[in-house]
Design a protein around this ligand. Structure first.
Ligand code: TRP
Ligand code: SF4
Length: 333
């Protein structure tokens, strides 16, 4: 830390966010957080997107605020270092809503209506009425999140690519209308394959198939023992197909050194699924237990977590306010 200035200016600006609709599960951790951690040496901003949560959870009985703190604890337990990255709450930095409104002026409705994520989500979340102004404008708010920090890189999952493309289009349109202000951000895609849930489908709160960072080791054991396996292995002597078994998927990640043995013994019916799950659970818990313990520690010190968020909110506001001022100037408002 002798002369931080020259290196500082070379750092890329990174921003990403997660919606606090539930506590984080292993799928979130492996899919997003592991990718975020790679940018800790850069100038990284990680946001808890509570406004975005409200677009789909506006009629929920649980206040989003409760999940915000849980997600912050998960971020810290999962290994985000608040000394390196800025962790903040979207709704506490007022410029996000202001920038979203400004960008909404220049975003054609047709761009939003043709957004594939919009159509998918309306289909997928049929039980919710998502025909709202706020939900249609979801990508405009996301563009505001990214552009306020003039982020160069946005680490996200593949499902977010349409939103990134829209952000780039909105940035281009702004720059064209009012003069160059925003860089066009690039996505940084997670490289690891998506961790399936305990039933083999995509891991998701709404499917009830998730393993959470906050699950105790006993809860992890129970969930693993209830995992779906290759349906062809009804009896112990039936030969299996590890490639279709979610337990095997977990072996590849959490018990990698044994994966070939596991696959062979499954194919030749030399191992039973119960033993196979026990062995996998041991590997999984080696990874999960330290995270769980860290989580317990942070959960017992909520005021410290709130303090971290407060510092983050302040740092984020500093940057966001500057950009907002420039944008107002450019637009002439
Ligand atoms: N829409 C993102 C998701 O559902 C969350 C998000 C909100 C986000 N704002 C963002 C991601 C800005 C990246 C950048 O995962
Ligand atoms: Fe899955 Fe293991 Fe059973 Fe094979 S032996 S089906 S890999 S749980």
């Amino acid at each position: 830390m002798t002369n931080p200035e020259p290196t500082k200016s070379k750092k890329i600006r990174v921003l990403s966010g997660m919606r606090p609709t539930s506590k984080l599960h292993l799928g979130n951790l492996m899919g997003a957080l592991e990718n975020w951690k790679k940018y800790e040496k850069e100038e990284a901003f990680y946001m808890i997107a509570d406004w975005h949560a409200l677009t789909t959870e506006y009629d929920s009985h649980t206040p989003i605020r409760e999940n915000v703190i849980e997600v912050a604890i998960d971020f810290l337990a999962g290994g985000l270092d608040p000394e390196q990255s800025t962790i903040f709450i979207q709704s506490r930095v007022k410029e996000h809503t202001e920038m979203a409104l400004l960008l909404s002026m220049i975003t054609p409705l047709s761009w939003l209506e043709r957004n594939p994520t919009y159509k998918d989500q309306i289909q997928e979340l049929k039980e919710k009425d998502l025909h709202t102004h706020g939900f249609l404008g979801y990508p405009v708010l996301q563009a505001a999140d990214i552009l306020l920090y003039k982020a160069n890189v946005v680490p996200v999952g593949e499902d977010q690519l349409p939103h990134l493309e829209l952000t780039r289009e909105i940035a281009r349109r702004f720059n064209h209308l009012y003069g160059a202000l925003f860089p066009e951000p690039d996505a940084s895609l997670t490289t690891v394959a998506k961790l399936p849930g305990t039933d083999g489908r995509k891991m998701s709160k709404s499917y009830g198939n998730a393993i959470y960072l906050s699950d105790s080791p006993e809860a992890v054991d129970n969930k693993v023992m209830q995992m779906v396996t290759d349906p062809a292995r009804r009896k112990r002597e039936d030969k299996g197909h590890p490639e279709v078994c979610p337990v095997y998927f977990y072996h590849k990640i959490f018990n990698a050194s044994q994966q070939e043995t596991v696959a062979r013994e499954c194919r030749e019916a030399l191992r039973g699924c119960v033993d196979c799950k026990r062995e996998m659970a041991a590997g999984l818990k080696k990874f999960h237990a330290p995270i769980y313990e860290r989580r317990q520690k942070f959960a017992a010190k909520k005021s410290e977590v709130l303090g971290i968020l407060e510092v983050g909110n302040r740092k984020a506001t500093e940057i966001a306010a500057k950009t907002m001022e420039q944008a107002r100037e450019a637009v002439g408002i």
